[in-house]
Ligand binder design. Structure first.
Ligand SMILES: [Zn+2]
Length: 408
């Protein structure tokens, strides 16, 4: 099927906005993006056509915890009730049902690709049924793990089997291993995960420099994380504080490179930001979650000024109200009022697709890519549509997925 849509604004993201442009689709793929619409194109009027959004950091399997972990003043105060709640998880069907609802809501608010972090693959059945594209990071933990070989091998076997099934079923779901965080992963486990993801040429991810307590633990081995690890019975004196920042720690271990999604980075110093820039890692920022868990505000403007690639995530429903990336963009605009709207929109689309390795199909409107388009109504009086997209689009947004939208 061949059809063309024209709209008052087309945001290809890969290039400058086009006024009164058009997008032509054939067999679910974009074949042309033009400034002179072809004859017979369906006119959508006061709408913006743009690529679907990328949520580069979620934990869909935690959706059942929505509104059950209280807002906290510091990160470890948020973690304690989270750990308590996760000790008695609901049955698999309940986990999957909540994940399915979360996926539906995210898709309705414009998301076409997830970077989903999972410890138990509890959202996988829901992801498979949804048909949405995703990179699933199978996340490993083990603070006092000295010999991670068998653990990593078992995890590799599990995702290899899931990958084969997903591929056979024609799903756009990919898998790789990931590390949770410096306060929950031993040096040996970081190294083993890195070896595995490098061998497979896959992206990997880690929560890094989220709360102040993590910075303190790595600096001198003390503080609330030390106390919590002792209370959990996993502290080990074999773990030596590296006496540096979280970013310096993992960069010097060789864990950070252009295939790494560094999630949060709230506590990054100027030196850390220079290191991230140097190694080519993408920062996945989740500013609403950072506020909720008491981590603070990420230095967003500094990331952009330094040229660090930035993508957006929402984190899980345990620490955020919804999985709407437009809401995350609105918070980013509040935190970084001087960053051009175009760069923030690129982060929520192309940068996320690139970091997840899906840029061949997603992230921009370009010939050859999937027709995963959003069509957003623009109210009268709005002249700067890119800025309008940062205003916190919620229920008033109409986005039609999948293509083609109704002829209205
Ligand atoms: Zn997370």
């Amino acid at each position: 099927m061949h059809s063309s849509l024209r709209a008052d604004w087309v945001l290809p993201v890969a290039g400058p906005p086009i006024e009164s442009g058009s997008v032509t689709i054939e067999d679910g793929r974009i074949v042309a993006v033009e400034s002179t619409p072809p004859p017979g194109a369906t006119n959508l009027g006061r709408r913006v056509l743009m690529p679907g959004l990328v949520n580069a950091h979620t934990h869909l399997e935690l959706s059942y915890l929505h509104a059950s972990i209280p807002r906290a003043a510091c990160f470890t105060d948020w973690v304690r009730p989270l750990l308590a709640a996760r000790r008695t998880p609901p049955d698999q069907q309940t986990v999957a049902a909540h994940a399915a609802d979360a996926i539906d809501e995210a898709v309705e608010s414009g998301t076409v690709l997830f970077g989903d972090v999972s410890n138990g693959l509890g959202a996988l059945s829901a992801l498979r049924r949804s048909g949405v594209a995703a990179h699933v990071f199978y996340e490993l933990l083990g603070f006092n793990m000295q010999l991670p070989g068998a653990y990593v091998d078992a995890a590799r076997s599990r995702i290899a089997a899931e990958q084969q099934t997903a591929t056979e079923d024609g799903l756009e779901i990919r898998f790789s291993l990931a590390a949770h965080a410096p306060y929950s992963v031993s040096p040996a486990l970081f190294d083993a995960i890195r070896r595995d993801t490098s061998a497979h040429g896959s992206p990997t991810t880690v929560h890094l420099a989220e709360g102040r307590e993590e910075v303190q633990l790595l600096a001198d081995g003390t503080g609330p994380w030390r106390a919590l690890l002792e209370a959990l019975g996993v502290w080990t004196d074999t773990w030596q504080p590296p006496a540096c920042s979280p970013v310096a720690y993992l960069q010097e271990r060789g864990f950070l490179d252009a295939s790494t999604l560094v999630v949060h980075g709230v506590q990054c110093t100027a030196d850390d930001i220079a290191r991230l820039r140097q190694c080519g890692a993408t920062v996945v920022t989740c500013p609403r979650s950072n506020a909720y868990v008491g981590a603070g505000e990420p230095p967003l403007a500094d990331f952009y000024a330094a040229g660090v690639p930035v993508a957006f995530g929402t984190d899980s429903l345990a620490s955020v109200e919804d999985l709407n990336v437009f809401s995350e963009l609105a918070e980013a605009r509040r935190l970084a009022p001087a960053v051009p709207a175009r760069r923030l929109i690129e982060s929520a689309t192309l940068a996320g697709a690139r970091a997840l390795g899906f840029e061949r199909d997603y992230g921009s409107l370009e010939p050859g890519k999937r027709a995963a388009l959003l069509s957003v109504a623009v109210p009268g009086g709005v002249t700067d549509v890119e800025e309008y997209l940062l205003s916190g689009l919620m229920t008033e947004m109409r986005c039609e997925m999948p293509f083609p939208p109704p002829q209205a």
